[in-house]
Design a protein around this ligand. Structure first.
Ligand SMILES: Nc1nc2c(ncn2[C@@H]2O[C@H](COP(=O)(O)OP(=O)(O)OP(=O)(O)O)[C@@H](O)[C@H]2O)c(=O)[nH]1
Ligand SMILES: *[C@@H]1O[C@H](CO)[C@@H](O)[C@H](O)[C@H]1NC(C)=O
Ligand SMILES: *[C@@H]1O[C@H](CO)[C@@H](O)[C@H](O)[C@H]1NC(C)=O
Ligand SMILES: *[C@@H]1O[C@H](CO)[C@@H](O)[C@H](O)[C@H]1NC(C)=O
Ligand SMILES: *[C@@H]1O[C@H](CO)[C@@H](O)[C@H](O)[C@H]1NC(C)=O
Length: 447
């Protein structure tokens, strides 16, 4: 019924619109040109690289939503501040309320969908004290499970777990909101059981949400937030718009500069020789496999810490990792190694010693990126992770860690540069898997 009414208004105004909507008078068309803000959050235990994957899902949702409603509304994504993240533990660094511009290039993101930082969202309110989001939902799985066959469904249900947003005496809901507990609240909160692709939310947003003007609340901004956004699936994993969203996730310039400087200083790696020249506007960059050759070094992502226990069969001992490094250096006639890793220099030194014993590669041919305190304070743990990824993405040959989302992001960057696939989709093998175990799954770029 509401939707029919909406269609009627839409049609009557559409005739007035005449290509652009400037001819709408404020009264007759104001509802058709509204700006809406979409917010989301992810389960707090998830790491940096899975969160980047969730961004791609959400960006595609916004993209679809904008295609479906281009005449009557303008949907804008509010970027969820980073942190605190379980893996970002360097003592004394700021750990939360981190802007996306620390790590990513906002102009590039905006070439796929319009985005704003959360701080800019806060400034939309004329009040400096409070902002009200009309609807907040926590997505959750259906408590009875997936059932016999795959079916997309959505239903308001009782919260499976204790609700993360609590109603106070003033009838508003309060919660974490990226550490801005005192600045943000919700008018309504519910749990939404959800199963299927992320775009299932498009119909819900268009049909089930009525944007009542709450004249009592002067802090209200037309916005909606979905927490636990990782609950829903990619709409087209590995497809055209997956890759467009991924290509839009260019890194912040200062991180790229740091990575490039390290490549030039220690690895004899520059874009002209490596054939990895970046075009500023990603929409104009299209490479085919084999165009990029990369710098004269082997890139390794050696995931340690919790992985050693979590993936026992597939994570090599330091000795077996060294054996594999020697094998590939020899095979590829390379003499330099770059290792991205979450472990400390002590473990890498053990690995260096093993490599020396196995293939006489000297200690100073194996590099890691260890920024000093001054740099680390600027780029934070997340920036260091990106510089590590950037350097691996430019290696002549890359070997990742089994099923690590950190490695997946490097593989995607290499697809964007146009490396030969067999230099990219490789992984370190566990001690009982030999030296040439099953490769990682190939997800080729699509233009
Ligand atoms: N600098 C740096 N950090 C790393 C490296 N490997 C892992 N990390 C850190 O540890 C985190 C790993 O968690 P994720 O990003 O979720 O990636 P993952 O390896 O798939 O691990 P899980 O998601 O926990 O299964 C990264 O975000 C980094 O903060 C590395 O090679 N270099
Ligand atoms: C959305 O609205 C339709 C029509 O009123 C209703 O049948 C459906 O249950 C609603 N969906 C949810 C998730 O509330
Ligand atoms: C560095 O790379 C260039 C171009 O690939 C090559 O000509 C040069 O010999 C290399 N220098 C070293 C020290 O390996
Ligand atoms: C291996 O590299 C060295 C120097 O880097 C070079 O002299 C030699 O010809 C290369 N061998 C092969 C088989 O490419
Ligand atoms: C930290 O490293 C940067 C770049 O390598 C360098 O310019 C700077 O002088 C170093 N700072 C300190 C305090 O060592």
């Amino acid at each position: 019924m509401l939707f029919v009414l909406f269609l009627l208004i839409f049609q009557s105004c559409y005739s007035l619109i005449d290509k652009n909507n400037e001819q709408c008078t404020k009264d007759s068309c104001s509802s058709l040109t509204s700006t809406y803000y979409f917010l989301y959050d992810v389960n707090h235990g998830e790491g940096f690289n899975l969160r980047r994957d969730v961004y791609i899902r959400i960006a595609n949702l916004i993209h679809t939503l904008r295609e479906r409603t281009s005449l009557e509304s303008n949907w804008i994504l509010v970027l969820p501040p980073w942190g605190p993240l379980y893996h970002w533990f360097t003592y004394n660094l700021p750990r939360s309320q981190l802007k996306w511009s620390n790590f990513f290039d906002i102009t590039s993101l905006s070439r796929f969908i319009p985005v704003i930082e959360f701080e800019d969202f806060l400034h939309l309110s004329t009040s400096t004290s409070m902002i009200t989001i009309p609807y907040v939902y926590t997505l959750q799985h259906f408590s009875e499970g997936w059932g016999e066959h795959f079916e997309e469904k959505l239903e308001i249900r009782k919260c499976n777990e204790e609700a993360m947003y609590k109603k106070r005496n003033d009838n508003y809901y309060y919660g974490w909101f990226f550490g801005y507990e005192d600045r943000v609240r919700a008018k309504q909160f519910q749990c939404l059981s959800a199963q299927g692709f992320i775009t299932i939310l498009v119909d819900y947003l268009l049909k089930n949400i009525t944007w009542l003007q709450d004249t009592d609340d002067k802090y209200l901004i037309k916005s909606i937030m979905f927490d636990r956004a990782e609950t829903l699936l990619h709409v087209d994993y590995g497809g055209y718009n997956y890759w467009r969203a991924r290509r839009s996730m260019r890194y912040a310039t200062r991180l790229i500069d740091l990575g490039n400087r390290f490549r030039a200083d220690y690895l004899n790696s520059t874009d002209v020789h490596d054939r990895t020249i970046l075009i500023d506007d990603w929409t104009k960059m299209k490479r085919h496999h084999g165009q990029a050759i990369g710098g004269p070094y082997l890139g390794i992502h050696l995931r340690r810490l919790d992985y050693v226990k979590a993936r026992p069969g597939h994570v090599p001992s330091l000795e077996h990792a060294a054996r594999q490094i020697c094998y590939h250096l020899n095979r590829l006639n390379l003499s330099l190694v770059f290792i991205a890793t979450d472990t400390d220099e002590n473990e890498i030194n053990i690995l260096r010693q093993h490599a020396y014993q196995i293939c006489k590669i000297s200690i100073n041919q194996i590099y890691t990126y260890r920024p000093n305190e001054t740099i680390l304070e600027k780029i934070l743990d997340g920036g260091k992770a990106i510089v590590d990824q950037w350097i691996c993405a430019h290696a002549r040959y890359f070997i990742g860690s089994y099923e690590s989302t950190f490695s997946f992001r490097i593989q995607e960057d290499r697809e964007i540069f146009g490396f030969e696939k067999d230099t990219t989709f490789n992984r370190l093998c566990g001690d009982n898997e030999g030296i040439s175990c099953e490769k990682s799954t190939i997800w080729s770029i699509v233009y």
